[in-house]
Structures are given as C-alpha cells and as structure tokens.
Ligand binder design. Structure first.
Ligand SMILES: [Zn+2]
Length: 174
C-alpha cells in the first residue's frame, strides 16, 4: 500500500518512463495511475512509489470508481444467503438472475499417451444486482450443484474500453 508519510515523487521519473519506449510503463489517465506492463502483455502492476526516488506515486482514483461494500452490508448479504443450499432455492428465493453465464471458460488438459485430453467447464455463474445498493451478488454453481456466494463491488466510474475487474487486478505491494 502507499505510504502516506512519504512525500510525493518530484523527480518526474514516471513521466520520463512513459515517454521512453524501452521502459514498459504506461499511464492510465482514467485512474490517474502508472502501471508496469508485464512482458507477456497480460496484467500489469500498479506503482505506489517511484522506483527512482521512492516518492509517492500520484493518488489513484480507482477507489472512487467502485462502490464501497460496508462490513454491515457484507454481514447482511451473508445472512440473506447463508441458508440457501441448492440452485433451486437460489431461484425460488431471488427470482431470475440479472446475468446468467451458463458455463465459465473451459479448461482442457493436454493429454498423454495413456489419457485423452479432457475438457472441464468452469462453474455456472449467476449475478443478482438488485439485492444490494452497493454489491453485486455472484453465485457460482458447480456441476454437483454446490453453491458459492460472493459479494462484489460494483463499477460506477466512467465507461472504459477494457473494464478492469478488481478481482483480477494485481497491485504491487498490496
Ligand atoms: Zn521519483
């Protein structure tokens, strides 16, 4: 996490790094963040401090773009869902979901001389948006009809071409 006692970076390393094509640092204008890109092009790390002078990076706006889910709200949603055991109970209690991803992305084993490649599909995921002012309620349903609830913050910021998902975002030093 950023150290609030550290003075802000004034050496302008970030600006120089963004301008330098040999350094994989980019600026996210929307979030007001500097990111280090991974060489494989997937994922990126967020800078909290300047690697050159150790000063604080600019203040990120990320938190303002997502709802805050209070502890009380998490407790309330937990109580609301804790006795629901089957997919049928989910649908009879909450009605049709706002989103229904029948099966998640598949995963195929490479196979070997003894075993043919095998494809396993990810769990079904249904999403309810109206159960809470601040959280989306996600329900994962595996192929044995076991349930897993999670309560996720909701994006309320400006539209983005590649909407960041806080669940997959990696943060340096978090
Ligand atoms: Zn600096």
């Amino acid at each position: 996490m950023p150290n609030p006692d550290t003075p802000a970076c004034e050496c302008r390393w970030f600006e120089r790094a963004v301008a330098d094509d040999s350094i994989p640092v980019v600026f996210d204008e929307l979030m007001n963040e500097y990111h280090l890109l991974h060489h494989n092009g997937r994922g990126h790390l967020l800078f909290y401090h300047c690697p050159f002078c150790g000063g604080r990076a600019p203040k990120s706006l990320r938190a303002t773009y997502w709802t805050e889910v209070s502890m009380e709200e998490s407790v309330r949603l937990h109580a609301l869902t804790k006795d629901i055991r089957t997919p049928e109970e989910v649908f009879s209690t909450f009605g049709p979901p706002d989103q229904d991803f029948e099966f998640g992305s598949g995963c195929t084993t490479p196979g070997s001389q003894e075993e043919a490649p095998e494809t396993t599909l990810g769990p079904r995921r249904v999403v309810y948006k109206s159960l809470s002012e601040t959280a989306d309620v996600h329900v994962l349903i595996d192929r044995y009809d076991r349930l897993k609830f999670s309560f996720r913050r909701r994006y309320i910021g400006p539209k983005r071409s590649n909407q960041a998902d806080p669940g997959t975002q990696q943060s340096a030093g978090a």
